[in-house]
Design a protein around this ligand. Structure first.
Ligand code: CDP
Length: 244
């Protein structure tokens, strides 16, 4: 990350540094079933942020003493590849990666019907291939898609986006300069069909009115992303149907 002086985040024409309007999402791509050896997998691109996720399970848990009698244990690893950031990142897990793994586990766990798989484990791995802001949310979405790809029952798919404030303007889907220099960063993840929040964090300051505006903007972005996720899953099933 460059530590230069704060750049202008909203330009004279009202657009952002990457040419987007304040309420515009970054271009997104997603695909499931991208890895042959995992039970479920996905790859997701949100602007320049790229994540690959793999799911193993449900399977018998090892070591056995970790088994929970009434539910599955969800184990999650969020990891950044050494070449994913501006400056080489050490491959060993940082405190930030450990914390983000925990945050993602809690968010993901609340979407999975864990009671259906007592004494088993579901292991979820996410690798950040390229980081350009919003990696925790892109990873969470990649994990959610990979869980569904593994055939694991969920309450709903998770859709997520960060909103924030840049040069006094409430903006949707923060890019790296906005994440770094903006006045507020508010990642939100939801299960839209049951209107349940899986994750909400906040860095910086917003007035109650701005907070409401930001949440409204996030909900709209989440709905668009959710529709894209559903299309991604549907297109895979259509592919299967055509093959058989
Ligand atoms: O990625 P996310 O926004 O969820 O988390 P963050 O801790 O707010 O990090 C913001 C961004 O800083 C990341 O997406 C990366 O682009 C960048 N970053 C980096 O370049 N090197 C790191 N070691 C950590 C983060």
């Amino acid at each position: 990350m460059s530590q230069n002086q704060k750049p202008k985040l909203i330009l004279e024409n009202g657009l952002r540094t990457d040419g987007r309007k304040p309420d515009e999402l970054r271009p997104m791509k997603m695909e499931i079933g991208v890895l042959k050896n995992a039970d479920g997998s996905s790859i997701i691109e949100v602007g320049n942020t790229k994540i690959i996720a793999a799911v193993y399970g449900p399977k018998e848990i090892h070591p056995r003493h970790l088994a929970l009698p009434g539910r599955a244990t969800i184990r999650v690893r969020y990891h950044m590849m050494p070449f994913s950031t501006d400056e080489r990142k050490s491959p060993s897990p940082s405190r930030r990666e450990i914390e983000i793994s925990k945050v993602i586990r809690e968010a993901l766990e609340s979407s999975i019907l864990v009671e259906q798989f007592p004494r088993s484990s579901i292991d979820v791995f996410m690798e950040v291939i390229q980081a350009d802001a919003g990696t925790r949310l892109a990873s969470l979405m990649a994990a959610s898609l990979a869980v569904v790809d593994a055939g694991i029952p969920v309450k709903d798919i998770i859709a997520a986006v960060a909103v924030g404030k840049a040069d006094g303007v409430i903006v949707l889907d923060l890019n790296e300069p906005e994440d770094m220099w903006g006045e507020a960063d508010l990642p939100v993840a939801m299960m839209p069909s049951i209107n349940q929040v899986n994750l909400i964090q906040m860095n910086g300051n917003l007035t109650p009115e701005e907070f409401k505006q930001a949440i409204d903007l996030a909900s709209r972005g989440i709905q668009t992303i959710y529709n894209m996720e559903k299309e991604t899953l549907k297109s895979k099933y259509i592919e299967f149907k055509e093959e058989s």
